[in-house]
Write a protein that binds this ligand. Structure first.
Ligand SMILES: Cc1ncc(COP(=O)(O)O)c(C=O)c1O
Length: 369
C-alpha cells in the first residue's frame, strides 16, 4: 500500500461543502481584505486559544516578526531561540536587526529548557522564543519564571502546537505576544499562507492591528511605518470552517501517535517521542530518532512510504547564518537531532491499517539489518 507523508483528503472531504459555501459567501460579498470574515476568525481563534485577542496576519513568520517589532526589539538586542528550530524563528529576530542567540533543546522533549536558556542570557537579552516543537508544549512554568526574574519578554512560536497545553494552559497564551502559523500543512491550515498573533495585552494588540496594515487603523491615516501583512477574507473564511473541526482532528492525531507508540515500542534503536507529564502533545509531527535514519528513510521510500526530516540542517549551520561564524559541533544536541530525526506519515483520518503498514515496514528494516 502506497502511503504518502501527508494526505489532506479525509479532512477536505469532511469540510468540502462548508468550504465551498465559505468561498461563495466571500465571492458574493465582493469584499476581500479586512472585512467581516477576518473579524469572525480573529474572535473565534482568540476564544479557542484562551486569549483576549488574535490578530490575523499574512503568515507565521510575519506574526513572529511583528510581535518582536511591537515590543521594540531591534539592533543591539539579543533574542534567545532554540538551536533546533525551523529557521523562521531565527529569521523573525534577524528581520528586526536583533541577533538570534541559539540555546540547546532538552534531549528528551526537543524543546527549550530553562536550564539551557539561562546560560544564554546576557545584558543584551530582551526576549526568549520558546518553540513548541512538533506539537508538544514547552515547560512554560520554568521559562516564565526565568523570564520574569530577568525582566525578559516571552514570545511563543506556536506554529506547530495549536491547542497544546502546559499545566492545562494553552500554548500561545503564555507569552506577551505569540505567533501562530496556518500554513496549509499545520494542524490548523489555510488554503494558502496565513498566520496570527495571540495576546492578552490591549495596547500591544492595537499596535499590531496598525503595524500589519500600513501603520494605519483609520483609512489614509498612518501613525507608524507599517507593513502590508494582512490575512485576507478568503483564508479567514476557510480558517473559520476548519477551526470548528480542530479538536476532533487533534484527537485523531493523538490516537494515531498512540498507535505508533504501541506498535514501535522496542523496535531497533528507535527513540520514540517523549511527552513531559505537564505537557500535552498535539502531534503536528510524529518524529522518531535512529542512528540509521538515512537508511531507514530509503527503505521506507522503496516501500512507497513517505517520510520527511524536520530539520536536516540546524539554523546555525545554514548558509544564511554563516556570517555569525558558527561551525559544526557548536550545538551538538541540535546537530544530533538533525542527523537522527525522521518524521513518519501522520494526518487526521490516517487509518490504523496504514499506521500498521508503516510500523511493519520499519520492523522489517530492523529485522533485516
Ligand atoms: C516552528 C515554526 N516557526 C515558524 C514557522 C513559520 O510559519 P509560516 O510558514 O506560516 O511563515 C513555521 C512553519 O513554517 C514553523 O514550523
Amino acid at each position: 500500500m502506497k502511503i504518502p507523508f501527508l494526505n489532506f483528503e479525509p479532512q477536505h472531504a469532511l469540510v468540502k461543502k462548508e468550504m465551498t459555501a465559505a468561498f461563495e459567501e466571500v465571492y458574493a460579498a465582493n469584499w476581500f481584505i479586512m472585512g467581516k470574515r477576518l473579524v469572525d476568525f480573529e474572535m473565534a481563534y482568540a476564544h479557542f486559544n484562551g486569549t483576549k485577542f488574535a490578530i490575523g496576519v499574512s503568515n507565521g513568520l510575519d506574526a513572529l516578526y511583528l510581535s518582536l517589532k511591537a515590543l521594540g526589539i531591534g539592533e543591539g538586542d539579543e533574542v534567545i531561540v532554540p538551536s533546533n528550530t525551523y529557521i523562521a524563528t531565527a529569521l523573525a529576530v534577524s528581520y528586526t536587526g536583533a541577533t538570534p542567540v541559539f540555546a540547546e533543546p532538552d534531549i528528551l522533549t526537543y524543546n527549550l529548557s530553562a536550564e539551557q536558556v539561562r546560560k544564554a542570557i546576557t545584558l543584551k537579552t530582551k526576549a526568549i522564543m520558546p518553540v513548541h516543537l512538533y506539537g508538544q508544549a514547552c515547560e512554560m512554568d520554568e521559562l516564565m519564571n526565568l523570564a520574569q526574574s530577568h525582566g525578559l519578554f516571552i514570545v511563543e512560536d506556536n506554529a506547530q502546537a495549536h491547542g497544546a497545553t502546559f499545566n492545562g494552559q494553552m500554548t500561545g497564551s503564555f507569552g506577551i505576544l505569540n505567533g501562530v502559523s496556518f500554513y496549509p500543512g499545520k494542524n490548523l491550515g489555510a488554503l494558502g499562507d496565513a498566520g496570527a498573533i495571540t495576546t492578552n495585552n490591549f495596547h500591544l494588540a492595537q499596535k499590531i492591528f496598525s503595524l500589519r496594515n500600513y501603520g494605519s487603523q483609520t483609512k489614509y491615516k498612518n501613525e507608524v511605518i507599517g507593513h502590508n501583512m494582512r490575512l485576507d477574507e478568503l483564508q479567514a473564511a476557510f480558517l473559520c470552517v476548519k477551526l470548528k473541526h480542530l479538536e476532533q482532528w487533534t484527537a485523531q492525531r493523538q490516537e494515531i501517535a498512540s498507535w505508533y507508540q504501541s506498535e514501535l515500542e522496542g523496535t531497533g534503536d528507535l527513540v520514540l517521542p517523549y511527552v513531559h507529564p505537564g505537557a500535552t502533545h498535539v502531534f503536528h509531527l510524529y518524529v522518531v530518532r535512529t542512528a540509521y535514519r538515512n537508511e531507514l528513510q530509503n527503505y521506507l521510500s522503496d516501500a512507497e512510504i513517505g517520510s520527511l526530516i524536520h530539520y536536516p540542517i540546524p539554523p546555525h549551520l545554514q548558509e544564511a547564518y554563516q556570517g555569525m561564524g558558527f561551525k559544526k559541533g557548536d550545538f551538538p544536541i541540535a546537530e544530533e537531532l538533525a542527523a537522527t530525526s525522521l518524521s513518519l506519515p501522520l494526518w487526521p483520518g490516517m487509518s490504523r491499517a496504514q499506521v500498521s503498514e508503516v510500523c511493519e515496514t520499519i520492523k522489517a528494516y530492523f529485522n533485516e539489518g
